[in-house]
Design a binder for this molecule. Structure first.
Ligand SMILES: NC(=O)c1ccc[n+]([C@@H]2O[C@H](COP(=O)([O-])OP(=O)(O)OC[C@H]3O[C@@H](n4cnc5c(N)ncnc54)[C@H](OP(=O)(O)O)[C@@H]3O)[C@@H](O)[C@H]2O)c1
Length: 247
């Protein structure tokens, strides 16, 4: 996918490592001034920002807890107009048998995938409306389609996140704002360092493309949605999973 150079600020939540870090690096390379968000891992965030600056690109670190009303409001009021939001941050994703799942387990996921995107949208919306353009990119998951067992709290929250995409696409389209969901498959990042090789082998057997994806595969698709070339695409979800799911 080709992208055009753009000028403006792009917020990437949860970018101190994992997919968010690579998305931040990619958007910075595309010319966005990246706001790198994280909540805990200061060394990780600094390392990502250092790599971006070493390439001559533009980035600043914006530390806040995406689930905190006060912190989101304060950080984004200080940030100025934002053109692109990538809702990527996640907390722990435990697998829990359905008999043991509590409402709090569900809230733990909903606060990342519904509450945080809502708080952030409400903070950036006045600036996007004034600019007459904007991009909201929600990072979903293929498990929303697969319905993985012992994971209903995460699956349901990712489905709810795509509900935001659909409803916001209609509500915000008249203001030139597009909203889309990017659904990664299993993409190994730092937290998967201890996964056994045979797990990758059995997963890749289920893919049309027979090999594991990389964070760059996800970042390329996010970059497309951030760029002008996606201007007539909204309310959609696209799986970046080597053809594991097909719609
Ligand atoms: N990797 C995969 O296989 C995969 C597959 C499907 C979907 N996804 C989705 O892709 C996204 C990224 O996943 P990942 O695997 O890259 O996760 P990850 O490696 O665990 O990274 C999570 C990021 O979120 C940040 N974070 C955690 N709590 C936060 C908070 N309260 N406020 C702000 N930031 C916070 C973490 O930084 P701090 O600890 O510094 O706060 C970290 O930068 C998630 O939405 C996930 O559901 C991933």
């Amino acid at each position: 996918m080709s992208v055009e150079r753009s000028v403006g600020k792009a917020l990437v939540t949860g970018a101190s490592r994992g997919l968010g870090a690579v998305i931040a690096e990619r958007l910075a390379a595309d010319g966005w001034h990246v706001l790198l968000n994280y909540a805990h891992d200061t060394a990780g965030a600094s390392a990502v920002a250092g790599r971006v600056r070493a390439q001559g690109h533009s980035i600043e670190i914006v530390k806040f807890d995406v689930t905190s009303e006060e912190e989101v409001a304060a950080a984004l009021a200080a940030a100025g107009p934002i053109a692109v939001v990538v809702n990527n941050a996640t907390g722990p994703q435990p697998e829990i048998p359905v008999e043991d799942q509590t409402w709090d387990d569900h809230l733990d996921q909903l606060k990342f995938f519904v509450k945080a995107p809502l708080l952030i949208l409400q903070a950036v919306l006045p600036g996007m409306k004034e600019a007459g353009t904007g991009r909201i990119i929600n990072i979903g998951s293929e498990v929303a389609d697969l319905g993985n067992p012992e994971f209903a709290q995460y699956v349901a929250a990712k489905m709810a996140m795509h509900g935001l995409t659909r409803s916001w696409a209609r509500a915000l389209g008249p203001f030139g704002i597009t909203v889309n969901t990017v659904e990664p498959g299993w993409i190994p990042v730092e937290r998967h360092a201890d996964v056994a090789a045979d797990s990758y082998e059995s997963y890749t057997k289920t893919l049309a493309l027979s090999h594991m994806g990389t964070p760059a595969d996800v970042a390329d698709t996010v970059a497309f949605f951030a760029a002008d070339g996606s201007r007539f695409v909204t309310g959609q979800r696209i799986a970046v999973n080597g053809g594991k799911t097909m719609s």
